[in-house]
Design a protein. Structure first.
Ligand SMILES: NC(=O)C1=CN([C@@H]2O[C@H](COP(=O)(O)OP(=O)(O)OC[C@H]3O[C@@H](n4cnc5c(N)ncnc54)[C@H](OP(=O)(O)O)[C@@H]3O)[C@@H](O)[C@H]2O)C=CC1
Ligand SMILES: O=C(O)CCC(=O)C(=O)O
Length: 428
């Protein structure tokens, strides 16, 4: 990614990474913002960045330090909202980009939040459970001053889950002196979590996948699906597609790619991963020697549901799918976006495709405030309605302006954010 953008002074060109991808996306949408374009610089600057040192005592008595971040990109439409990632490659640039995509996403599906994201640069697989708990609690205490049910509400992302959210909620509550369920979402049900949140992101991917397939005249029953990432998002999406009669022909995780032309048994694969930690060695499948071959596999729908910049100029031309559903945040680089677009591949962008998670997080937050909990059917039907409406609105705008679904989603999202910015005004 070139450094043609005016970048914040705390980033240097080699560090731009995902933030550069985001800036490129914002530049593409600026000509469609009319008079609101004068506010677009707002979208290019995170509102608040907190970098924290997270020291923990290891089980062997030594002390380890990890770098943690919480970035509040924008709060024009409400409190910050977005997940927390634990991964060895987490960087400030990445968390900035993820927080900015949250701003666009939350506005695109019209939930009343700004955008935020957090992370710790750590490989959690190298920590014991006790070390993981100490690190999570220390991180929460360090960011305590900027989070809260009305300020910024974290949630799960890569390598974080209900247990991590429970520790975060408990630590924040201890620091406050009273239980504050609404400080995080994606909690265990027993602590005020919402039914359906665990499956929500994958379910949203499935719902928009069905809408996109309908536009392309593709039957889900019998459709061939390839999924990168078999965690919360990819695992649930794969299970729902398989349950609807699709053939999930390939699944890739960090360690291996498993392929079965007649369709993998997803329930058996999930049980295998729970036991072995990876798809590697799953008996009823072939395993690819070269992970890069995954991108050229014969399929109708490709679901990148792992990390950023996975679809890039090196593999975009090989993709055989007619539909790409971005379960992950930022999985496609701008160059790859252009290649896919020129090849007539329909790409449903992250800020719509994976918005099911934050939508049910919103339901969870509302339920926590009212201490009144909805049924799973109520949650799933409201989620489905919101996802379908958001997809339809973005589709209609893309047709009207003759732009990609990503540009249309960014127009919807940026317009809502910048209208709020303009209405609130600047303190003179
Ligand atoms: N959780 C949520 O609610 C939401 C998540 N997202 C996005 O979805 C994506 C996945 O998140 P989530 O499912 O929660 O994360 P998880 O930690 O549950 O799962 C991540 C999956 O990606 C795999 N993976 C990691 N690195 C690679 C790699 N280099 N190649 C192939 N596979 C890899 C992991 O494999 P392994 O286990 O082998 O490491 C794992 O299967 C992220 O981009 C996240 O930001 C978006 C919206 C909401
Ligand atoms: O559920 C949430 O609040 C945020 C989920 C998230 O991090 C995302 O959508 O990328």
């Amino acid at each position: 990614m070139s450094s043609k953008h005016a970048i914040p002074s705390y980033l240097t060109p080699p560090d731009i990474g995902a933030w550069g991808v985001y800036l490129e996306q914002i530049d593409r949408v600026t000509p469609y913002l009319g008079s609101l374009a004068r506010w677009v610089e707002t979208m290019k600057r995170p509102k608040r960045i907190l970098i924290v040192d997270v020291p923990i005592e290891r089980d062997d008595g030594t002390v380890a330090h990890f770098e943690g971040y919480r970035v509040q990109h924008n709060t024009s439409r409400g409190p910050g909202k977005g997940g927390v990632r634990f991964h060895q490659d987490v960087s400030l640039s990445e968390v900035m980009a993820l927080s900015a995509w949250m701003t666009i996403k939350n506005a695109a599906v019209n939930v009343p939040y700004g955008g935020a994201k957090g992370g710790i640069r750590v490989d959690p697989k190298t920590l014991s459970r006790a070390e993981l708990e100490r690190m999570t609690r220390r991180y929460t205490s360090e960011i305590n001053i900027i989070i809260g049910p009305n300020k910024d509400i974290p949630a799960p992302d890569v390598n974080t889950n209900e247990q991590i959210m429970a520790w975060m909620m408990d630590t924040y509550s201890m620091n406050q002196g009273s239980t504050a369920s609404g400080v995080v979402t994606g909690k265990p049900i027993s602590l005020g979590g919402s039914l359906g949140r665990h499956e929500a992101t994958g379910r949203g991917v499935f719902v928009v996948g069905c809408e996109a397939a309908g536009k392309r005249g593709l039957e889900i029953k019998g459709a061939r699906i390839a999924v990168q990432g078999f965690g919360n998002v990819g695992g649930v999406a794969a299970r729902l597609f398989a349950a609807a009669g699709a053939k999930v022909v390939a699944v890739q995780d960090h360690a291996a790619t498993v392929v079965r032309n007649s369709g993998l048994d997803i329930v058996a694969l999930q049980a295998y991963v729970t036991q072995h930690g990876s798809v590697a060695g799953f008996p009823d499948a072939e395993q690819l020697d070269d992970a890069a071959q995954f991108w050229g596999l014969d399929c109708d729908i490709l679901v990148p549901a792992a990390l950023e910049q996975q679809i890039n100029r090196d593999n975009a031309a090989q993709i055989k799918a007619s539909i790409v559903l971005e379960g992950a945040n930022g999985p496609t680089t701008p160059e790859a976006d252009d290649i896919l677009h020129d090849r007539g591949i329909l790409l449903v962008p992250d800020v719509i495709a994976n918005a099911g998670g934050v939508t049910v997080s919103y339901f969870e937050w509302v339920q926590d405030f009212s201490s009144f909990f909805w049924t799973e059917d109520e949650i799933n039907s409201r989620l489905t309605r919101i996802m379908r409406e958001a997809f339809a609105a973005v589709w209609a705008l893309a047709e009207e302006k003759k732009v990609s679904l990503r540009t249309a989603a960014f127009i919807v999202g940026c317009t809502r954010v910048l209208q709020a910015r303009e209405m609130r005004g600047l303190y003179p």
